[in-house]
Design a protein around this ligand. Structure first.
Ligand code: ZN
Length: 232
């Protein structure tokens, strides 16, 4: 080995008794020392590479529940961000990525991370006024989607904070009365239906120009004698 300048490492890995043979450390020692790989070290390296590929692959296809991603998308819509804007912030080429997250039970980790990043970016900003913004907010109201501040822990909360849940819109009183009328109810029944006294029903109908409706209901009351409540 005259004129050899590789130093001590050469000697050690060149020694078949070096305990590193058959390990990735051995592989790197061969490599550094420019000593041809022995079979056990080649096999160790191949096994290591394969495992790393498997790990990478599993990282890419590992799936998580969609819950957190869906809540994030819905919360962003509740403050007026559109699907298109959210998809853009998430780095999706189109809205498909978002749609997938919304309608499937599980998404891949990278997809989740993209949506979480978009949420970080957008949740504390107010989107500019636009038709899309109004439409996003209307959809959120209709579906009961809550804004970001409604969540303490958007991934793990069972439900949003109660105060943040938008109240259900009151059923349209006129629609209820019309339905009562169609069902041939009396004024008394109709008043009960909308949760007011009969006097209250009378006042409401007067105020809103529905006295015709009121009298139709009233006439069905068996006690109504036909003269008592004529409009003045
Ligand atoms: Zn070796």
């Amino acid at each position: 080995m005259g004129g050899h300048t590789k130093g001590l490492a050469v000697d050690l890995i060149a020694d078949p008794d070096d305990p590193r043979h058959g390990t990735t450390a051995g592989h790197w020692a061969h490599h550094r020392a420019d000593v041809p790989q022995c079979d056990p070290c080649l096999i160790a390296k191949a096994r290591y590479d394969k495992q790393r590929r498997v790990n990478d692959y599993q990282g890419k296809v590992r799936k998580v529940s969609t819950l957190g991603a869906r809540r994030r998308i819905e919360a962003l819509q509740a403050i007026g961000w559109t699907n298109t804007q959210i998809a853009e912030a998430a780095g999706f080429n189109d809205r498909q990525g978002l749609q997938y997250a919304k309608y499937h039970d599980q998404i891949t980790v990278p997809t989740f991370e993209r949506i979480a990043t978009a949420y970080e970016r957008l949740s504390m900003r107010v989107p500019p006024d636009s038709f899309g913004k109004s439409r996003a907010m209307a959809a959120a109201r209709k579906n009961g989607w809550v804004p970001p501040l409604a969540w303490d822990d958007i991934d793990n909360d069972e439900a949003p904070a109660a105060a943040a849940i938008p109240p259900k819109p009151k059923p349209d009183r006129l629609a209820l009365l019309q339905r009562a009328d169609e069902a041939e109810q009396t004024a008394k029944q109709a008043a009960e239906e909308i949760g007011v006294s009969q006097e209250g029903l009378n006042r409401w109908c007067k105020r809103h120009g529905h006295m015709d409706l009121y009298f139709r209901l009233l006439r069905r009351d068996p006690k109504f004698n036909g003269n008592q409540y004529r409009a003045a």
